[in-house]
Design a protein around this ligand. Structure first.
Ligand SMILES: Nc1ncnc2c1ncn2[C@@H]1O[C@H](COP(=O)(O)OP(=O)(O)OP(=O)(O)O)[C@@H](O)[C@H]1O
Ligand SMILES: [Mg+2]
Length: 458
């Protein structure tokens, strides 16, 4: 722009000199200027006047051209410096159509750039927000292996700091045997996946090469996904299938063995009735297991229909206590129910009875003979509660965390020997949750266990 202005000034100066020269030549022809002595006072005055007029005209002309151009230049510079674009005032200083058109084109061009810039910036900030808010970690590496973008989740999941700013450092930290080019030049531009364990999290790492429109390698995107929960669920599912098969296989083996023996003809009547008793016992066990599984499957598919009514929890606790007294007496336990505050609850009565029976029967099973089992009923924070306390063998802290899992038993052999399937507490938890209640368990090895259930009053 400066060069153009300089050139315009130069041209105008030359034009001034030329016009002055031509004017002198013309005036000489008209004999207004005397040729014999050009340096006469009159001639000098006329010449000076001509020069002044032409100079004034030239400078006015140059100002008319240069001023808007200068303004345009200033405007462009301020746009380059990142200031807001303002072209409206440019046109006011100008008298030439061509410059007006130039300013118009410039304004239109700047408006388009401004709009594109805005679109680009909003797109960029949208992408950045999405990347930052993503639960998955994302790292973008350039072809020079540098980290060009890394989001918060990637930093947290991989447990890395700012020093991990290139591909090799990150790969080394993950203890992977992986080369940058190995991913960049994958056949069919596919991706590579790895599983690593970092800070007790199972992470799925996906590496994808990315290219420009003309298939020029641009870099690699690495996605970090925390799959700990799905791995855990997958393991639980496998464990569940293994448990069901095992639980069914054990009584089936007995039934098969005893029934085969019974087919022998040389058995006494007493032997036959003993074998039939065992077969019946094992069949009952299988029946219980299948019933429990069916009940759990109803909860899983939300098919459990609760017949909620308002009933007295204190009365129900007393009834269950009476019902359980016989089996408790078999182990010389004392079972008592104490109603602190008589209270009603709004829940499915039969299911809640099943819950209390389940917990009390656990207390009976897992308390050495001659134990004390207490049931308390009362109210707390606008809810009703029932507390079942025993002074039995207790549960360790580690086992407590998994106690509501299906088939989880502290001592498998002992539980099985007592006819347990390990599904009791899992069912209890589902029933309590389904009735809008809450269950909490505290326990100490060799001291006893306390289970507290709160239920809605209305
Ligand atoms: N009161 C308790 N004292 C000590 N351990 C307990 C008590 N209640 C439960 N447990 C432990 O928790 C495990 C899970 O209990 P849960 O009621 O789910 O299964 P189970 O009693 O073994 O079988 P099920 O109830 O299906 O017949 C039990 O195997 C036992 O090890
Ligand atoms: Mg049980």
């Amino acid at each position: 722009m400066k060069e153009t202005i300089k050139r315009t000034i130069l041209l105008l100066s030359i034009a001034t000199i030329l016009i002055t020269y031509l004017s002198v030549f013309y005036l000489m022809k008209l004999e207004i200027i005397l040729t014999d002595n050009l340096f006469q006072i009159n001639n000098i005055i006329i010449l000076l006047i001509i020069f002044a007029v032409v100079l004034t005209l030239a400078s006015v002309l140059s100002k008319m051209i240069i001023f808007p151009l200068k303004k345009l230049e200033k405007n462009m510079k301020s746009v380059i410096d990142g200031k807001a674009l303002e072209t409206k005032h440019l046109k006011g200083y100008n008298k030439f159509k061509e410059i007006d058109e130039l300013i118009d084109i410039y304004s239109t061009m700047m408006e388009v750039i401004k709009k594109n810039n805005f679109d680009l910036n909003s797109q960029k900030s949208k992408t950045e927000i999405i990347l930052e808010q993503m639960a998955d970690g994302v790292i973008a590496f350039s072809v020079t292996k540098d980290v060009v973008h890394i989001n918060k989740s990637a930093i947290n999941l991989l447990g890395i700091s700012k020093e991990y700013d290139d591909f090799d450092k990150i790969i080394k930290k993950l203890s992977l045997q992986l080369e940058f080019d190995q991913i960049m030049y994958l056949p069919n531009y596919k991706n590579i996946e790895y599983k690593v364990i970092i800070n007790e999290n199972v992470l799925n790492l996906i590496f994808v090469p990315f290219f420009s429109d003309k298939l020029i390698p641009m870099g690699i995107i690495m996605v970090v996904r925390n799959v700990t929960e799905s791995v855990r669920l997958d393991n639980m599912r496998k464990e569940f299938v293994a448990n069901v098969s095992h639980e069914l296989k054990t009584p089936l083996t007995s039934i098969k063995g005893y029934s085969e023996t019974m087919m022998r003809v040389d058995l006494t009547g007493a032997e036959i009735s003993e074998f039939a008793r065992v077969i019946n016992q094992e069949a009952n066990r299988m029946d219980r297991l299948v019933a429990d599984l069916l009940q759990l499957s109803k909860f899983d598919y939300s098919k459990a229909s609760w017949k909620k009514t308002t009933f007295s929890l204190s009365d129900l606790a007393n009834t269950v206590t009476e019902k359980m007294k016989y089996s408790a007496s078999q182990k010389e336990h004392i079972v008592k129910c104490e109603v602190i505050v008589p209270t009603k609850v709004y829940a499915d009565k039969d299911s809640i009875e099943q819950v209390i029976m389940n917990i009390v029967s656990n207390s009976i099973k897992y308390t050495p003979d001659g134990g004390n089992i207490m049931l308390y009923v009362g109210t707390v924070n606008n809810s009703a509660y029932i507390k079942i306390i025993d002074n039995g063998m207790g549960i360790s802290e580690k086992d407590l965390q998994r106690i509501f899992e299906r088939f989880y038993r502290v001592d498998k052999a002992r539980s099985r020997q007592m006819g347990g399937t390990g599904l009791g507490l899992a069912i209890v938890k589902e029933i309590v949750d389904g009735n809008g209640g809450n269950i909490d368990i505290k326990s100490e090895i060799d001291k006893g266990t306390e289970i507290i259930i709160t239920l809605p009053v209305k």
